[in-house]
Design a protein around this ligand. Structure first.
Ligand code: BES
Ligand code: MN
Ligand code: ZN
Length: 498
């Protein structure tokens, strides 16, 4: 998909389709007025007839509008202008692309970015338009034998700013939007791949591929024997039932001076989670191929920031394993010494995410990080608590939590904070080891974060539980690419204040 930016009058655009907003009640936006004037009031007469009144969700495709150079004009209902907030704007853009998808249009010029959105500037509106358009057009056809069938036709979208003065801002917004969208696509592609293709080794190869694409990224992959030497017995306890070798992948993006402390992103990379000996029920178990979405979001975010060339240092750490039952697998009750020296009684082998993350978090200390954020499809309990709308956020450092909540608000990829009080810690007590790996039925998302917090005492740390947000189930099953937008926005915001 190609994006470009333009300023200029809608009636002068030679295009297959002009996209124009109508607000409620029967109000013309500036672009609609221009087309109305050139077409001898064609648009206002349609409004008077009531064919479209501007309600959100409405649309009307017009052909051969007199006086214009466009083959078509697509009118989009935008609701009441006064009520036009961020969410409404996103819905409008998404709706316009879905409507375009009903036609064979290959190229279009959109004037929807002229809509006023409370508190948001041209940069925000253009970048959002790029991200939403790319998201809407995403298809995953790697495993279809007929890749051309019902392919979407839209190839080129031109977005508009009111005058030449805003062109540089628009250009920057498009470049950022494109980089973030490419990162999101990488995340979705990796996550959608089945576990017989997307193995820990595949994740490592993909990381190495990123380092070839961007000279600013350096990759290192540790194998099981190196992890053993580091004392990562907790991580290794998860992989022991699998024939796929585990990998610990590190990516270092250097966009700033060497001595500037990096942001470290740690992504859970369980390429398939059967539950191990504490095996999961068969129903919807296929979705556990998505248990590496945290890892995929780290790769997507690094791709986005490298493409933008941001002046910051970011390190990605990905513990990649497959969680399988087998003759060599961990049994409930087995005890392991983690890299930190703390011992863990594994009461449930299905609580494996925290077992690989705790060693990866300890490993992260060596980068002397400014902050560490882990991203994980960690608990089913998070899906029960927050559903698919909000990512769960827990943190031992309030400024970091605040920044992440703000970045979620800006990007539309929102997180909601849960408490990390020490009151919950007792639930992890073990009679035999320093801690158990499960904390009972109550507050499952919080006790999982509590477990991790025992390994992040020296760090400014936040945990993002993306179990509900990383993929959709049902007939639209697929990876969402979350929380790449949230993470890249957080990093963009950091670039401004540094
Ligand atoms: N990967 C799962 C969490 C998960 C489950 C994400 C369903 C999305 C949908 C994780 O490894 C897991 O199995 N967690 C257990 C923890 C429990 C054994 C304490 C869970 O949530 O049931
Ligand atoms: Mn599990
Ligand atoms: Zn898991």
């Amino acid at each position: 998909m190609e994006f470009s930016i333009k300023s200029g009058n809608p009636e002068k655009q030679r295009t297959a389709c002009l996209i124009i907003g109508i607000t409620e009640p029967r109000r013309l936006t500036a672009a609609a007025k221009a087309i109305d004037n050139i077409s001898k009031k064609h648009i206002s007469s349609l409004l008077r007839r009531g064919d479209i009144v501007g309600k959100a969700g409405q649309s009307l495709l017009l052909h051969n509008v007199p006086g214009t150079l466009a083959d078509r004009v697509l009118l989009i209902g935008c609701g009441r202008e006064r009520e036009l907030d961020e969410k409404q704007y996103r819905n409008i853009i998404n709706h316009s692309i879905t409507q375009l998808g009903q036609t064979s249009v290959v190229e279009a010029v959109s004037y929807l970015s002229e809509l006023n959105v409370k508190g948001r500037d041209h940069y925000w509106k253009i970048r959002q338009a790029v991200e939403i358009t790319s998201h809407n057009l995403y298809e995953f056809k790697e495993f279809k034998s007929n890749k051309k069938a019902a392919q979407k036709s839209l190839r080129k979208m031109t977005l508009t700013v009111p005058s030449r003065r805003e062109l540089p801002t628009g250009e920057r917004a498009i470049n950022h939007g494109r980089a973030i969208s490419n990162g999101i696509k990488l995340t979705r592609d990796l996550a959608n791949r089945p576990s017989n293709v997307c193995t820990p080794s595949h994740l490592a190869t993909q990381a190495q591929h990123l380092a070839k694409l961007f000279r600013s990224i350096k990759v290192k992959v540790l194998d099981e024997s190196s992890m053993k030497k580091l004392g990562m017995n907790s991580l290794l306890s998860v992989t022991q039932g699998s024939r796929e070798p585990a990998k610990l992948i590190t990516l270092e993006y250097k966009g700033n001076k060497k001595n500037i402390k990096p942001i470290v992103l740690v992504g859970k990379g369980v390429t398939f989670d059967t539950g191990g000996i504490s095996i999961k029920p068969a129903n919807a178990m296929d979705e556990m191929k998505y248990d590496m979405c945290g890892a995929a979001s780290v790769l997507g975010t690094l791709s986005a920031i490298a493409e933008m060339g941001l002046p910051i240092n970011v390190t990605g750490v990905i513990p990649a394993v497959e969680n399988m039952p087998g003759g060599n697998a961990t049994n409930p009750g087995d005890i392991f010494t983690s890299m930190s020296g703390q011992t863990i009684e594994v009461l449930n082998t299905d609580a494996e995410g925290r077992l690989i993350l705790c060693d990866a978090l300890t490993y992260s200390e060596k980068f002397n990080p400014a902050v560490v954020i882990d991203i994980a499809t960690l608990t089913g309990a998070c899906v029960i608590a927050l559903g698919k709308h909000a990512t769960g956020l827990l943190s031992n450092h309030n400024p970091l939590a605040k920044d992440l909540i703000n970045a979620g608000q800006t990007s539309g990829d929102r997180a909601w904070q849960l408490p990390l009080w020490d009151d919950y810690e007792k639930q992890l007590d073990s009679p035999f080891a320093d801690m158990a790996n499960i904390g009972g039925r109550e507050a499952g998302t919080i006790t999982a974060a509590c477990f991790l917090s025992k390994f992040t005492k020296k760090l400014n740390w936040a945990h993002l539980d993306i179990a509900g947000t990383a993929w959709s189930s049902g007939k639209n099953k697929g990876a969402t690419g979350r929380p790449v937008s949230l993470l890249t926005q957080y990093i963009l915001d950091k670039c401004k204040t540094h």
